[in-house]
Design a protein around this ligand. Structure first.
Ligand code: GDP
Length: 322
């Protein structure tokens, strides 16, 4: 039987999308996903929102699972032609994927909000959650590298993360705000849990939590807050999270994740491989739940989603200072 209480998840792309899919499959009908937009950028005149689209395509069941971005069964005529006419091809846009970007860009230019456009796309593609961009105002993650500052997609895709990072800046964050829809989701009185997905804490979750007013909304909800570690056995499952942590002088581990979220989360879900760190995490005032956290297939996603909520239910009443 499905639980009628709402759940809110905070997410970036790949790791976040998988757990949100798991929560949806666990029967959460009132599920809102607050998604990072710090990765968004303008490319070839189009507004690209990589994390929103990864969540959208994953929930709609049309994501390319091997690749970790884009659509399954994609074709590439547009890219082939772009190359022939000498346009930049470092950022791959599939033919069908293009429809999302063209529609989004057209509607943004007509004055619509990213939130409204995302809802239209979600409904049309059949995503079983309310996908909420963290803000309608532009926030752009900038990566400070040893060779100077570059925009996030330049770092991530063009440079393939192959340059040492020194820090991050979320350009525009002072002027951006959580959307009214994000605030409403977090203010639901019967909220069962807030789940911080196993997304990159530095460039997926940090932009969300850095929005003015966002932390207050999260903590003020009084729902239990549970995070899932994106680091398993000292490594990231995918992407540069562990490499970034090392370059910033942190040891990539579940302890570092616990330290990052200390003072915010009530509980942290860690992998069996990291069971030995549970006591130290508890020492930071965070309850630890040890389970399999690698989401290799749909069953893993559903089970982890379910376990996050059962864990959150146990933490209920742990009580936070308002
Ligand atoms: P991105 O914006 O596409 O890089 O996506 P995210 O920030 O959402 O996800 C990247 C993080 O997800 C990485 O740090 C990975 O370690 C983590 N991740 C990916 N798949 C899994 C998984 O199956 N389990 C866990 N625990 N973490 C995962």
């Amino acid at each position: 039987m499905s639980d009628l209480r709402p759940v809110v998840a905070l997410a970036g792309g790949v790791g976040g999308a998988k757990l949100i899919h798991g929560l949806a499959m666990a029967g959460i009908e009132r599920l809102s996903a607050i998604v990072n937009t710090g990765d968004d950028f303008e490319h070839l005149g189009l507004h690209i929102a990589p994390d929103v689209d990864t969540v959208l395509y994953t929930l709609a069941g049309i994501a390319n699972r091997q690749q970790g971005w884009g659509l399954e069964g994609e074709s590439w005529s547009f890219m082939d032609q772009l190359e022939k006419v000498g346009a930049p091809v470092w950022f791959r846009l599939g033919d069908r994927d293009l429809a999302t970007h063209v529609l989004r860009t057209e509607r943004l230019r007509a004055g619509e909000r990213l939130t409204g456009i995302t809802r239209v796309l979600s409904r049309r593609l059949g995503a079983p959650a309310d996908i909420l961009p963290m803000s309608d105002e532009p926030v752009r993650t900038m990566v400070n590298t040893i060779s100077g500052e570059v925009a996030f997609q330049d770092y991530f895709v063009r440079l393939r993360c192959d340059i040492e990072v020194k820090g991050f800046r979320f350009a525009g964050i002072e002027r951006a705000r959580p959307t009214p829809e994000v605030a409403a989701a977090l203010r639901q009185g019967d909220l069962r849990a807030i789940v911080i997905c196993p997304s990159n804490p530095l460039v997926s979750i940090a932009p969300i939590l850095s929005l003015p007013g966002m932390r207050e909304l999260v903590v003020g909800s009084r729902a239990p807050i549970v995070a899932v570690s994106p680091i398993i056995g000292g490594r990231a499952v995918k992407g540069p999270a562990a490499k970034m942590m090392l370059e910033l002088g942190q040891t990539p581990s579940v302890i570092a994740i616990a330290e990052t979220y200390a003072g915010l989360v009530d509980g942290l879900v860690i992998d069996h491989l990291d069971a030995g760190a549970a006591a130290e995490i508890e020492g930071l005032g965070i309850a630890a739940h040890v389970t399999g956290t690698l989401m290799g297939n749909d069953d893993d996603r559903r089970r982890l989603g379910m376990e996050c909520l059962e864990f959150a239910d146990q933490l209920k009443g742990a009580g936070r200072e308002p």
